[in-house]
Design a protein around this ligand. Sequence first.
Ligand SMILES: Cc1cc2nc3c(=O)[nH]c(=O)nc-3n(C[C@H](O)[C@H](O)[C@H](O)COP(=O)(O)O)c2cc1C
Length: 230
Amino acid sequence: MASKPRWRSGLENAMALPENKGQMQYQLATVDTSGRPHVRTVGFSSIIEPAEHPHLPVLIGITDVRTPKVTDMRANPYVELCWFLTGSKDQFRISGPVRIIPSPHVESAAQGESTLALDKLSEQGFDWEKKRVAAFDSLPPFMRALWCKPPQGSTIGSYEVANEWLKTLSKSNQLESEEDKQNFELALRNFALLVIDPIHVDWVEAAASPQRRTKFMRNGEDWSEEFVVP
Ligand SMILES: Cc1cc2nc3c(=O)[nH]c(=O)nc-3n(C[C@H](O)[C@H](O)[C@H](O)COP(=O)(O)O)c2cc1C
């Protein structure tokens, strides 16, 4: 069985360091339909892999299907993220095809290009809907409520309008009133997984002396790496 690519161990080790505690956000770049780039902060959720394929990891994030970034990713399903872990001074730039996994109740459209790791997961019968619901249920109540607010980027008359929005939302097995259940359904319909299949990784170890920079490339199932000038 092929082993984890070295960048993956580097990222997992960096995430586990106490000096990087809480640094679970990266900047995600997409390109819109007119070719313009857009970048924004997105939270890291998890890394998964097809069974017995640790060399084909995919990065899972969460998003709202109504956001412009999802429109960008549907038009151009290829992204790059930049993640600088300030404690250890490791920078990872990771790029590859992206797929949005929405609620099965709102979207029947194609969910993105086929990619090696995602196709392998599907072949193995990976249950994306189970993963999506589990990811939503694992959020803190204040975060679940965010998927009930109006679409991000829509205009509001004043900042105070936000005082009227839902503040917390219980998890699936703790919904009591009919209103709670409706809010939960609405939020879960807007909630989506954002899955990146890395094929290029650029890792800078800025704290090393001398600094190190390594480029990793995946060709088929094989990773190669080369050392480059930082
Ligand atoms: C600290 C922080 C974390 C965020 N995490 C996410 C996230 O995990 N997923 C997401 O879709 N948006 C996240 N956002 C919101 C996006 O960065 C962005 O502001 C919003 O989605 C609108 O971007 P868009 O118009 O490019 O879609 C986060 C914002 C901040 C400030």
